[in-house]
Design a protein around this ligand. Structure first.
Ligand SMILES: [Zn+2]
Length: 519
């Protein structure tokens, strides 16, 4: 007689364990119950998380490579689907054995975190294979800018994504909205593939995205969050700013309390669960690591099996057998694919700067290095050898040149985003500090620094001005160059037109500035 295969954990046993966690949360008062957001707040959140897109694209996925058999009889196929017509997202479609004949009614969407890869990372790929082996259609989506979509104009994550995030905010949207909307296209695709009961999951940043998706889209009927960070992200708490909810600093228990579908929180610690979890939330603590561990995958499988009705326990029992760690990328997107700037923004009114307020930005530390005699001119945004040359030219014109160095603040972007403030105002504040310290009479600004220079109230000149989005060089210019409304409706052009003392001709600009200071 063949001994039965060891079972990992029957769904009913799992449910009993969850009851223990839920009871702690609700019956014994381990956490007070938090009222959810109001209907109006929910509607506002939904609108904020909707990225601007042109006409609704076809929900069909386009298969762009061959299907490969991988794990538990499931196959994987590289696919594309559209965020808007012609704007492709990339992903991998996992299909259980026999899906051709009868499409599964269960679909799961996998969102990735920041583990160095998108859908191909182990934290996204392993759970996708396991759930497909269990009988679900699984769509694992890259966020824009990842894997075969790694184009310069689409980056959203970490330092490389600073320009993309700032551009989206300037247009009245956010990186979080673009990612949530992309995942909603994934839900469209799963439905088009025949899914009727849909779940969402992801680890770390992927958990954040899954939660917001479940909050705003009723098609998600169950959600599993592996190693979730604090949601919403908190001010200077670290992590990628792409999943920060602009204008909403955490913690926000009412936001979590509004999660109306069954959720499984697979913590990477044994501390208390996040404040505000609804009664339907189930919590499992662990000792980490910050990942989507095999143990977390097993919990997720049992949860989805119970909540969505997966009917192939053998998939769940493929323990010990590890899913593949493949490069799931299909052919790269064409290099002339549209970037974030191609989205049809509904921008806010253009930035109308008021007086700079250094205290509001923690009084940025400014160092100046001055040479020469005469009226003081601050050099803003001029670096290296170029700065030495400019300084010499100003001295030759009878002016005192003070080069400027402003302390970096890695938290400034987070603060601007969460507080709904304009990032460039920090630079304006720094310029105001330097101008007061040195008794400056004028500012000579290069490129992006023309934006804050125009706020200080001194005569100024603008070398190599940025008068349109096409003038921005992400490798050279700081991300704060993207100010609200700047690139739409002629706002940047008007800003340039308001400063006639601008151009490429340094000698002419110095002559003009000297004329204003030494009549
Ligand atoms: Zn990110």
């Amino acid at each position: 007689m063949i001994p039965p295969r060891p079972r990992r954990r029957a769904p009913q046993q799992t449910a009993a364990r969850y009851f223990g966690a839920a009871a702690c949360l609700t019956l014994l008062g381990c956490a007070p119950s938090t009222p959810p957001m109001s209907a109006a707040e929910r509607a506002a959140l939904k609108a904020e998380l909707q990225a601007p897109t042109a006409a609704q694209p076809s929900p069909a996925v386009e298969r762009v490579g061959p299907a490969r058999a991988g794990f538990g009889g499931a196959t994987v196929t590289p696919v594309r689907l559209a965020l808007q017509p012609g704007w492709w997202l990339t992903g991998a479609l996992f299909s259980p054995a026999g899906a051709e004949g009868s499409p599964p009614e269960v679909g799961v969407l996998v969102a990735h975190g920041h583990f160095g890869q998108g859908k191909s990372g182990a934290e996204a790929q392993e759970i996708a294979w396991r759930l497909a082996a269990q009988g679900a259609t699984v769509l694992s989506l890259d966020s824009p800018g990842e894997e075969e979509g790694a184009l310069p104009g689409r980056q959203l994550h970490l330092e490389a994504g600073a320009h993309g995030r700032a551009l989206l905010r300037a247009g009245g949207s956010s990186a979080l909205a673009v990612q949530v909307t992309a995942l909603q296209r994934g839900l469209d695709a799963l439905q088009a593939l025949g899914a009727r009961r849909i779940g969402a999951t992801g680890a770390s940043g992927g958990a954040v995205l899954s939660m917001y998706l479940a909050l705003v889209d009723p098609r998600v009927q169950a959600v599993v969050l592996a190693s979730p960070p604090p949601i919403p992200r908190e001010g200077r708490g670290g992590g990628c700013l792409c999943d920060q909810l602009p204008g909403h600093p955490g913690p926000a228990p009412a936001l979590l309390a509004s999660l109306g579908v069954p959720s499984l929180w697979l913590l990477d610690h044994r501390g208390p669960p996040p404040e505000g979890l609804p009664r339907s939330a189930r919590v499992v603590g662990s000792d980490g690591p910050h990942s989507y561990t095999e143990e977390m995958q097993a919990e997720a499988q049992a949860f989805f099996a119970a909540e969505l009705g997966l009917d192939r326990p053998e998939g769940a029992l493929a323990a010990g057998e590890r899913p593949p760690a493949w490069d799931l990328a299909g052919p790269p997107l064409p290099t002339d694919s549209p970037g974030l700037e191609a989205l049809p923004f509904a921008p806010p009114p253009a930035w109308a700067p008021g007086p700079a307020d250094p205290a509001a930005w923690g009084s940025p530390v400014v160092e100046t290095h001055c040479e020469g005699n005469g009226p003081v001119v601050l050099l803003a945004g001029v670096e290296g050898e170029d700065r030495a040359q400019l300084s010499a030219a100003l001295r030759a014109a009878g002016l005192r040149a003070c080069a400027l160095r402003v302390s970096e603040d890695e938290g400034a972007e987070a603060e601007a985003q969460l507080q709904g403030r304009v990032w460039a105002e920090r630079q304006a504040a720094a310029l105001a500090v330097a101008a007061a310290q040195q008794g400056a009479a004028a500012i000579y600004a290069q490129r992006a620094w023309g934006l804050p220079a125009g706020v200080v109230g001194l005569p100024w000149a603008w070398e190599r001005p940025i008068c349109a989005l096409k003038d921005v060089q992400p490798a050279v210019d700081p991300a704060w160059v993207h100010t609200p409304g700047a690139w739409w409706g002629g706002a940047a052009e008007a800003r340039c037109a308001a400063q006639p003392r601008r151009g490429e001709d340094r000698a002419a600009l110095i002559t003009e500035l000297r004329g204003a200071l030494l009549p």
